[in-house]
Design a protein around this ligand. Structure first.
Ligand SMILES: [Zn+2]
Length: 62
């Protein structure tokens, strides 16, 4: 998941909604946004997947 914003000069910024890191700024085309987002290695996303995997091993008692 990424939050894309457009600058006044027409370029784009994209920010990762998992780690809140700005993945790219001043990107000129949506196609390039797709590429930089695909390249983003998100530490938070990996972590949340690990936590989800751990939860599957435990029972659901809270
Ligand atoms: Zn991220």
């Amino acid at each position: 998941m990424y939050a894309r914003t457009q600058n006044e000069n027409g370029t784009y910024n994209t920010r990762c909604l998992y780690c809140f890191m700005t993945v790219a700024s001043a990107v000129e085309t949506p196609e390039e946004l797709d590429q930089v987002e695909a390249r983003h290695f998100c530490p938070e996303k990996v972590l949340s997947q690990l936590v989800a995997a751990e939860r599957q091993h435990s029972d659901h008692a809270h």
